[in-house]
Every structure is written in C-alpha cells, then in structure tokens.
Design a protein around this ligand. Structure first.
Ligand code: NAP
Length: 280
C-alpha cells in the first residue's frame, strides 16, 4: 500500500509517519509538494498513484489567521480541494484532518457535539477549515475527515508550554470555563492508521482522546504527573482575551468512531504516556 503524506514535518504528521512506517510512505512538506498549487498536486498524484493521501498540511496559527485570511484560506481550503480532486481522478482515498473550530463553541456544556451538528465557525481559522471540509466532501466520495482538538505531541504545544511555565513560576493563571478533550498526536495517528486498516465507512469522525476536561484541570493534571509544585489559578475566558475567540465548548462525541470498532484511550492515560515516553 502506497501512502502520500502532505505537511509531513508537522506535529501530527510525525506521529502518522511512525504509525504507518510499515507501508510505502512518500512524505512531502511544502518544499516538495505545495498543496495550494493545483497543477503540481495533480501531476504529483498522477505520477505517484498513491492508495491513500493523508493531508497533515494546514495553516494552524489560530490568532495570526485573524489578520491573514487569504493565506489561511489557500492552505486550509484550496489545498484540500486540490488533493480531493487529484485523489478522485486517481482512485486514492483522502484522509483529511479538521477541527472543533468548525463549531461556534456555544453549545451548553452539559452537551457534546456530534458529527452532523450545525457548523458555525466564529474565527478565520474555523471558517477556512470548514471550507476545507466542504471542498473535500464536494470533490470526492472516498474520504475521511477526522475532526480533532487540543492536539499535543512532537512540536510546540500547550503541555510543553505549561511544563516550562511550571518550572519557571510559582503560580499560573489558566482558563477554567473552556471544555474539551486533549488529544495526543500518537493516539490520533493510531485512529487514522486503524481507520485505514479496518476500512471503516467513509465520512466525518470526531477524533480526540476520550473524556472531557478544562484547560485548568488539564494543567493541574500535567503538574501532578510531572511532580511540579506550581499553583494553578482558575480564570475566565473574559480575563484571558485572545485575537481569535476560543470556544467555550469543544467537546466532541466519539460515539460514531467507537461504533465502527475504533478504540480511543482516555486523555489522562494519553498524557501519562506522553510525559513518560516523549518527554523523558
Ligand atoms: N494543533 C492543534 O491543536 C489542532 C487542533 C485541532 C485540529 N488541528 C488540525 O490538525 C492538523 C495537524 O495539525 P498540526 O498541529 O500537526 O499542524 P502543524 O504542526 O502546524 O503542521 C502543519 C504542516 O503543514 C505544512 N504546510 C503549511 N503550508 C503548506 C502547504 N501549502 N503545502 C504543504 N505543506 C504545508 C507546515 O509547514 P510550515 O511549518 O513550513 O508552514 C507544517 O509542516 C491540521 O489540519 C490542524 O488544522 C490541530
């Protein structure tokens, strides 16, 4: 089986490459294959004839995107469209990764989002990622869209930032009114690998680690597992304003993924493995 990975130097891509290393992998980042270049994508996919294209390329700077719509749209919407058209023309299945930011995040926190809930992004990043989903759905039938959230792994991420702050400071303020599920890149890569190997039905799947928390409780767990004595103070979103509005509710139901036989580890277990294995 031949698999083309785009955006192959990114955080998720590193875990995907490791998970799929026993297959014939062609790993490209923007230098080798710029997914926004339609002709280049068509030529590349036609020559390579991959069975799967796993698109890990994205514009992921959520705050910067507020001032950078055109580039974010190019990478997050035009890119997946080019890949979807090329995948269809050459018989490949497209695996695409999306985000909880396609929702407005205003759902009551006693509820969780399911795949066909109404999408209503409120940030530039979210709008462009939704356009990417739509472009995939409109241009090919053989696709998976895995919506994830709060991703961490081999790259800059919240866990690394909080560990650094926890070593430097005696206390930190962390938002306690935003709810979601942290996601270890290794576990998301495993979901992707299992989906391919089990040939699960095409479509959109919510794909985070299992169970829900807040950034505040997540931080407390990071410090507990890392034996750091830093005090964590809960603050509200209003006290911590960012250029792009953060969703209060990022909780994604994983029932659909579980119903097709995919197992999903708990976020606490994932964090423990990350701290022991990746950050030792
Ligand atoms: N990180 C999160 O918390 C989070 C949450 C929800 C969903 N997601 C989604 O998860 C996926 C993976 O995210 P990630 O954090 O692994 O992203 P990442 O680390 O930012 O990696 C993205 C990669 O894509 C590359 N790239 C950018 N433009 C490209 C282009 N035109 N052609 C080819 N490659 C290009 C980047 O290269 P450069 O670095 O050179 O630009 C980078 O290597 C994305 O779809 C993202 O939207 C992430």
């Amino acid at each position: 089986m031949k698999i083309l990975i785009t955006g192959a130097n990114g955080m998720l891509a590193k875990a995907v490459r490791e998970r799929l290393k026993n297959y014939e992998l062609i790993c490209t980042d923007v230098e080798e294959l710029d997914i926004t270049n339609k002709e280049e994508v068509q030529k590349y996919v036609k020559e390579l004839k991959p069975d799967y294209i796993v698109n890990c390329a994205a514009y992921t700077a959520v705050d910067k995107a507020e001032e950078d719509y055109d580039l974010a749209e190019k990478i997050n919407a035009d890119g997946p469209k080019n890949l979807a058209i090329a995948a269809k023309e050459n018989g490949a299945t497209l695996v695409h990764v999306s985000t909880d930011y396609v929702f407005d995040g205003n759902l009551s926190t006693d509820k969780v989002y399911v795949e066909n809930d109404k999408t209503e992004p409120v940030t530039v990043y979210g709008v462009t990622k939704l356009h990417g989903e739509e472009a995939v759905e409109q241009n090919t039938d053989k696709y998976y869209i895995f919506r994830t959230a709060w991703l961490y792994g081999d790259g800059n991420n919240f866990v690394r930032t909080m560990l650094k702050l926890g070593k430097e400071r005696e206390e930190v303020n962390v938002v306690a009114d935003q709810h979601g599920s942290p996601t270890y890149s290794v576990d998301l890569a495993n979901i992707i690998g299992n989906a391919i190997e089990k040939n699960i039905p095409y479509g959109v799947y919510h794909s985070t680690n299992e169970r829900y928390t807040t950034w505040y409780d997540f931080t407390k767990k990071i410090y507990e597992l890392a034996n750091l004595n830093c005090k964590v103070n809960p603050v509200t979103s209003e006290e911590f304003v960012r250029p792009a509005k953060r969703p209060k509710n990022s909780m994604l139901s994983k029932e659909k993924l579980k119903s097709v036989g995919i197992e999903i580890p708990l976020w606490e277990n994932a964090l423990d493995r990350y701290l022991k294995n990746d950050l030792k």
